[in-house]
Design a protein around this ligand. Structure first.
Ligand SMILES: Cc1cc2nc3c(=O)[nH]c(=O)nc-3n(C[C@H](O)[C@H](O)[C@H](O)COP(=O)(O)OP(=O)(O)OC[C@H]3O[C@@H](n4cnc5c(N)ncnc54)[C@H](O)[C@@H]3O)c2cc1C
Length: 458
């Protein structure tokens, strides 16, 4: 039966021929093999938190993976966790915490399914761990060391980092185009207590001190306030001793980010005229800077506490965002240009983001063909907004700004990207990916018009 399906934020809608909820590999195989009953493209659905048309399967068959949600094995000795693809990151992180283990990358979105995490773009500020050899990766898929997928004829495709590292770099970039992943194994590490503190900078000082901040070898995430010319740096690092789960600092941060800010910004957007609305938002931004900078600190929180469990679909208090990553060596200059760009765009178009922006420092990483740090470490500039009118137009100008400033997008998180922008950022990598794709899926069982246009129309 045709099904109207939306992404989490309900900004993207498509009609699939059917939505299939599966609980076994055999069911996925039966669907993939039966081309008459289940038209192409056949696409796996995680929590549909993606903000781009990577999720769209117009007229095709959508397989909801969230029913395959068993944690199969936690191997303390080899430091791995093996799970079905529909397990949520937050559930796996809590299970690891009980075993004295943790993920390397603890992104804020707890609803990320670990199958999607293995094959699509993600970001969290890279952590520094001297015992682990220095900077860690900031992308979830980089710690996926093995996976099993259903291939285009219903066959089982197995790949491990040890046996087929080159195929793994393609699988980590595949977003369902090389097969439907049903099982994943991630490398994990012994849990450590995590300290967090915040430092407030005028943006010019931040730009001047950036290299020094990175030289401190601590994880840095940024809260950006273009209209206050301020940056708040969230600094995280290991502490000796066991973590104490349930940190109130993360509870406050998570509630403010998930509910309080988007709910308030949305309400203001509905009831206030523009000039008053943004004057109020500036006051709230100042208050936020003050509170984060002076109150939010902890010495021994658990890494899992920073992960947020969102509602299944977006409600009134919800936000959307985009992201591009920029070479570290020119980021000091790029962030100043970005703040100027936001102000100019507001002047010209009367639109600005109604939430604070964020950014992440992420280590060089060649684990995936579409890793945005393949050519070196990067920092990101992520606008965040409630998605009220004006956001879509802003995205086009933002994409243009980022592409001109040597940015790299994420195909599942950077909306409204043009084929030219995709090719400028990842030309050789797209060509390498297409070689794998044509070999593994010559009949386009998993390929969609969206990806064909993005990869092959220029
Ligand atoms: C409120 C919010 C907060 C967010 N916070 C963060 C954050 O802090 N850090 C971050 O990195 N990202 C964040 N994201 C983005 C999110 O992590 C990515 O978009 C991610 O891909 C979503 O995973 P999902 O399980 O919802 O997958 P979906 O969006 O359903 O799917 C993503 C892509 O992967 C494919 N896919 C899914 N499962 C499989 C499978 N089993 N086999 C093969 N292909 C599959 C799909 O076909 C699709 O192309 C956030 C998004 C929202 C809306």
């Amino acid at each position: 039966m045709p099904r109207r399906i939306q992404n989490w934020k309900r900004a993207i809608t498509y009609t699939a021929n059917s939505l299939e909820r599966v609980t076994s590999v055999a069911e996925i195989q039966a669907i993939v093999k039966d081309t008459g009953r289940y038209p192409s493209p056949v696409r796996a659905k995680g929590s549909h938190h993606s903000t781009t048309r990577c999720v769209v399967a117009e007229g095709g068959t959508v397989i909801d993976m969230t029913g395959m949600n068993a944690i199969l094995k936690i191997d303390r000795q080899n430091r791995t966790i093996t799970m079905q693809a529909g397990v949520l990151l937050v559930d796996a992180a809590k299970a690891l915490e009980k075993e004295g283990l943790q993920f390397y990358v603890n992104i804020e979105l707890g609803n990320l399914t670990v199958g999607a995490g293995a094959c699509s773009g993600t970001k969290d500020a890279s952590y520094f761990d001297g015992e682990e050899g220095g900077w860690e990766y900031g992308q979830v898929h980089s710690y996926c060391v093995g996976l099993k997928a259903v291939g285009r004829d219903g066959e089982i495709v197995e790949a491990t980092e040890k046996d087929v590292p080159e195929l793994m770099t393609a699988m980590r970039a595949s977003m369902g185009m090389l097969g439907l992943i049903f099982e994943v194994t991630y490398r994990v590490k012994p849990i450590k207590a995590m300290a967090v503190r915040h430092a407030v900078y005028p943006v010019h000082e931040f730009a001047r001190d950036l290299e020094g901040l990175i030289a401190n070898e601590q994880s840095i995430m940024l809260y950006l306030f273009p209209f206050l010319d301020k940056v708040v740096v969230e600094i995280r690092y290991d502490m000796p001793g066991p973590p104490e789960p349930g940190s109130w600092v993360w509870k406050i941060r998570n509630y403010t980010w998930k509910t309080l800010w988007p709910g308030t910004a949305h309400l203001l957007g509905l009831i206030l005229p523009r000039i008053i609305r943004f004057a109020v938002i500036d006051v709230l931004n100042r208050l936020t800077v003050l509170i984060i900078g002076s109150v939010l600190k902890d010495r021994n929180s658990s890494p899992a506490d920073q992960i947020i469990r969102y509602s299944e679909t977006a409600g009134f208090a919800s936000y959307t965002f985009s992201i591009w990553a920029f070479p570290r060596e020119s980021y000091a200059e790029t962030i100043l240009k970005y703040f100027a760009f936001c102000k100019q765009y507001y002047k010209d178009n009367h639109y600005r983001c109604d939430m604070l922006n964020v950014g992440y420092h992420i280590a060089e990483d060649r684990s995936s063909l579409f890793s945005y740090t393949r050519r070196g470490p990067a920092l990101t500039l992520d606008p965040v907004a409630t998605g009220l009118p004006g956001w879509e137009g802003f995205l086009y100008a933002y994409n243009d700004f980022c592409s001109r400033n040597d940015g790299r997008p994420l195909f599942n998180q950077t909306g409204s990207l043009s084929p030219l922008q995709a090719r400028k950022a990842f030309g050789p990598e797209i060509d390498a990916f297409l070689v794998h794709r044509r070999r593994m899926d010559p009949d386009d069982r998993f390929y969609t018009p969206h990806f064909r246009a993005l990869f092959e129309s220029v």
